[in-house]
Design a protein around this ligand. Structure first.
Ligand code: DGT
Ligand code: CA
Length: 575
């Protein structure tokens, strides 16, 4: 078993213990162990071989024995016993946003409710509000939470879909019978959420390919298994479709199954207007007597035939890209190599796992020229927000590190909370000391549209604020964007020269592609930040780059493409 899976077992044990009202220290120990395992760079199985599990922080004799049991037997008896001791529906209930173990326990014990379905019914009938501590409002929130959960299930975040898709693609790539294999659909277009995963391949032996595909360990259920197309359901309940196509049609099939549907329709209309027919088998010249196949082997061949520049998959949404491609003026999209730094990284000063120095070294290895270390501000205690004294310490550490590191410039920043009245969580006298101030909302999401908008605008008007972080606040599967007037926020950003963040954290992607387009229209700059809490998180930058591409952003629209001197001068305008 992989480290991640073992961490997951520990997390679930913690959850079950919570539901049972067990000792909080024991619960915390399992959670902490899971967290530490997740950030290990070495395989647990190697550590077992070397008998050095107990070197991992948070892993004592007892947990080490459990890890050993999992690695050696593939299971953990204690976990299986615990799982049997509770109805499985209770653990699922904890996925409802805003519903904690105490309430789940109370509802189960007093009303014997053990599934989300019966919980929803009871809440709709007003049966929960008689329980101690549960009010009408709590009931309403449970109903809303269940709705969000259902919606979240329907589509998954791009990052998760990429991981699932990769497992299938990697397994199939190992076959010598596979000539080419590519993802298609929304996954290839790097859409922020994906409903199902589409994969295309060319092979000399489709049967062998289908047999391998349907027996990947991740397969939970085979939906259909045919000669050239199979569909399965993965363990995560995500459908994966694999099609094997002819070499001659691969480009046409890839174009068709990459979509989007609206792009396909527009492209087909363009083809018809010019005397062609296009489908997943190729492009055909239509004539009175017979049809003649004229292209289809590669996508490029098809774009060439139509006199278009090749349209990158990220742009294929029927937002005007076809006419731009015909006029040879598609936007010049940025690539990951254009990124010179990350603006939003948490260090161990607040809730991040790594020290500023470790973050600096990792960023330097990525070739970054600068790094914005933005920890939480003082009132966000739950996330280790920094008080004034600690912030002063951080400022001086970063000053020293900047003397030591010649190749990367560390920006001492803060992700400052915008309080419910619109004021900032640090006084200006402190903000002035920082190189980079990103302001964000973390509480009071349920305020009215007017209140939320004016709260953000107050922050924009503060001369010391550079960036508004995760501007719309949505978190996939947890909460929708808060209710703000985005146009007003954009014009305020324009007036006060404040940038908006494109937060690349896998569950956020905030701003999304459409809002990036709107920002570009208003000439508002975008700052991409990964919101990393560990070194691994730094690699989420690619999600930000893809979203910027989907939003048609170019170099000049994005702060992260600036050279250090240019960036420092932009930042210091605010001082
Ligand atoms: P999703 O919802 O995340 O799975 O998004 P897609 O874009 O992957 O959509 P999907 O899986 O339903 O279909 C894959 C591609 O197949 C789609 O992007 C375009 C093509 N396609 C599907 N249905 C149609 C259709 O009715 N007409 C045309 N022209 N193309 C279609
Ligand atoms: Ca799809």
């Amino acid at each position: 078993m992989e480290n991640q899976e073992i961490a997951q077992v520990f997390r679930e044990i913690a959850t079950i213990l919570e539901l049972k009202g067990d000792n909080p220290f024991r619960i915390r120990a399992y959670q902490k162990a899971a967290q530490n395992i997740e950030s290990l760079t070495e395989n647990l199985s190697d550590l077992v071989k070397r008998n050095s599990l107990e070197n991992i922080s948070g892993i004592g004799k007892d947990l080490a024995a459990k890890i050993k049991e999992i690695i050696e037997t593939g299971r953990l008896r204690k976990y299986e016993k615990l799982k049997k001791s509770l109805p499985s529906g209770l653990i699922e209930m904890l996925n409802i946003p805003g519903l904690g173990p105490k309430t789940v326990k109370l509802i189960y014990e007093s009303l014997k409710i053990k599934t989300i379905k019966s919980l929803e019914k009871a809440a709709q009938k007003g049966k929960l509000r008689n329980l101690p501590g549960i009010q009408q409002k709590t009931e309403e929130n449970i109903i809303k939470g269940i709705a969000i959960l259902k919606e979240g299930r329907a589509r998954i975040a791009l990052y998760d879909a990429l991981e699932i898709g990769d497992i299938f693609i990697e397994a199939l790539k190992k076959l010598k019978e596979i000539k080419i294999i590519e993802p298609a659909g929304s996954l290839r277009r790097k859409k922020e959420t994906v409903k199902d995963i589409d994969i295309l391949a060319i092979s000399s032996d489709p049967k062998k390919v289908m047999d391998t595909f349907t027996t990947v360990p991740k397969v939970k259920e085979i939906i259909a298994c045919g000669h050239t197309k199979s569909s399965i359901l993965s363990n995560e309940n995500i459908q994966v479709d694999l099609r094997v196509v002819e070499k001659e049609s691969f480009g046409a099939a890839l174009l068709y199954f990459t979509g989007s549907k609206n792009f396909n329709i527009s492209l087909r209309q363009h083809a018809i207007r010019n005397g062609y027919k296009i489908n997943e088998y190729g492009v055909f010249k239509t004539g009175k007597k017979n049809e003649r196949r004229v292209a289809g082997k590669t996508e490029e061949e098809i774009f060439n035939l139509f006199g278009m520049d090749p349209i990158p998959p990220v742009l294929r949404e029927d937002r005007g890209e076809i006419s731009k491609a015909l006029k040879h003026n598609l936007p010049k999209l940025i690539e990951i190599g254009d990124i010179k730094g990350d603006f939003h990284v948490h260090s161990s000063y607040s809730d991040g796992e790594n020290t500023v120095e470790q973050l600096a070294m990792a960023s330097r290895e990525k070739g970054y020229h600068y790094l914005g270390v933005c920890d939480h501000s003082q009132s966000l205690k739950i996330a280790g927000g920094l008080d004034k004294a600690t912030l002063t310490k951080k400022i001086s550490e970063i000053k020293n590190l900047n003397k030591k590191f010649k190749k990367i410039r560390l920006l001492c920043g803060a992700e400052v909370d915008i309080l419910s009245d619109g004021s900032l969580d640090y006084p200006d006298s402190i903000l002035k000391e920082l190189d980079l101030v990103i302001a964000a909302i973390h509480t009071g999401f349920k305020q009215s549209r007017k209140q939320l908008t004016s709260r953000i605008i107050s922050a924009i008007k503060n001369k010391l604020v550079h960036v508004i972080a995760h501007p719309t606040g949505r978190l996939f599967g947890v909460r929708e964007a808060y209710d703000i007037d985005f146009d007003q926020i954009l014009s305020a950003c324009g007036d006060y020269d404040v940038a908006l963040e494109l937060n690349a954290f896998a569950q956020r992607i905030d701003l999304n592609d459409i809002n990036c387009m709107k920002a570009k229209e208003k000439k508002v700059k975008i700052a991409i930040g990964t919101d990393s809490h560990s070194l691994k998180g730094l690699s989420l930058m690619k999600l930000g780059v893809w979203t910027s591409q989907r939003g048609w952003l170019e170099k000049n629209d994005i702060l992260n493409t600036m050279q250090t001197t240019q960036l420092l001068s932009w930042l210091s305008k605010k001082r």
